[in-house]
Design a protein around this ligand. Structure first.
Ligand code: NDP
Length: 277
């Protein structure tokens, strides 16, 4: 439906954009790891929507540092952009960000939480150490768990206040940025090309977290979905990747627009296809 509305709008405006969610009103969204890569592009897309969210929380580890400057430069054009410091592995930082978001929302809830921050250091079965494994788990699994927990009261508030009946990103949702590399069933297709053992294991665990969240938050009406963005040209994905950030995020925006109960507790690709766990 959103794509059809977007198509109509594009025809009227003569725009070539393929971005979805045009007809989808989402009051507030929060993206972690938003200072570069997929996270930054998601923030730009939400801000650029014809009906942008009232608040876009873009969080990053060091908003004042060199890596925060591109994100910071967007604030002059977008008063609805609120940048928050958030180191996803630090409980104090996560709690402080949740408190700031709550104060900023002034009684409203948070509609959409995108757990995007992640790392993928090289790691083989031969090289893996205890520290390597735990560091990656900390960022890719513990981080999304802590952030989801801290923002849960705001997500619940949004779900309860919403006029919408079913599940959707416009009502209340947790999106965990996962990967096909975390799919156990798909591992034989890519293992020898890119082993990254710690990353694969951490994302498989993130998939399980998504499934657990989908069970635990179903009654609250909070949609929980894991998304594989494709192989994307970012620092993490490298220059060799298949997709530009724009192509991947075009797809993700369309997917977010169309998510419903059907994708609750499911891993879907940037094109909306269901992947096996
Ligand atoms: P990038 O390396 O381009 O960006 C990663 C982002 O995560 C940066 O903003 C980084 O911040 C942030 N980050 C890392 N660790 C933390 C932390 N502890 N706390 C807060 N922020 C943190 O990666 P991508 O944009 O490519 O990846 C985004 C997500 O998509 C990841 O979860 C990744 O696993 C997933 N993905 C990516 C694919 C790809 O091909 N690119 C494929 C499949 C999944 P800082 O600048 O401070 O380091």
């Amino acid at each position: 439906q959103c794509v059809r509305q977007q198509d109509r709008q594009e025809q009227q405006q003569g725009s070539g954009s393929k971005e979805g969610m045009a007809g989808h009103q989402c009051g507030s969204v929060l993206v972690t790891g938003a200072n570069r890569g997929i996270g930054l592009e998601l923030v730009k897309r939400f801000l650029g929507k014809p009906n942008p969210p009232k608040t876009v929380f873009a969080t990053c580890r060091d908003p004042e540092g060199a890596r925060g400057q591109e994100l910071k430069s967007l604030t002059s054009k977008h008063p609805n952009l609120k940048i928050l410091q958030l180191e996803t592995t630090d409980p104090a930082s996560v709690e402080a960000a949740a408190k700031k978001a709550e104060a900023h929302l002034g009684g409203s809830g948070l509609n959409l939480l995108i757990n995007n921050a992640g790392i993928m250091p090289p790691c083989t079965l031969e090289s893996a150490t205890s520290k390597d494994m735990l560091d990656v788990y900390n960022t890719n699994l513990v981080g999304p768990m802590l952030v989801s927990k801290a923002f849960l009261p705001l997500l619940k508030k949004a779900a309860h206040a919403s006029q919408q009946k079913g599940m959707s990103c416009g009502r209340a949702a947790i999106i965990n940025m996962s990967t096909i590399l975390g799919s156990i069933e798909k591992t034989p297709e890519s293992y020898f090309f890119i082993p990254v053992v710690s990353y694969r294991c951490s994302k498989t665990a993130l998939n399980m977290l998504t499934k657990c969240q989908s069970m635990g938050y179903k009654e609250e009406g909070i949609l929980c979905t894991a998304v594989h963005p494709g192989w994307v040209k970012t620092e993490l994905g490298s220059d060799q990747a298949d997709l530009t950030v724009e192509e991947s995020v075009n797809g993700i925006m369309n997917v977010l627009c169309n998510l419903s109960e059907k994708q609750h507790g499911v891993l879907v690709t940037w094109e909306g296809k269901v992947l096996p766990w």
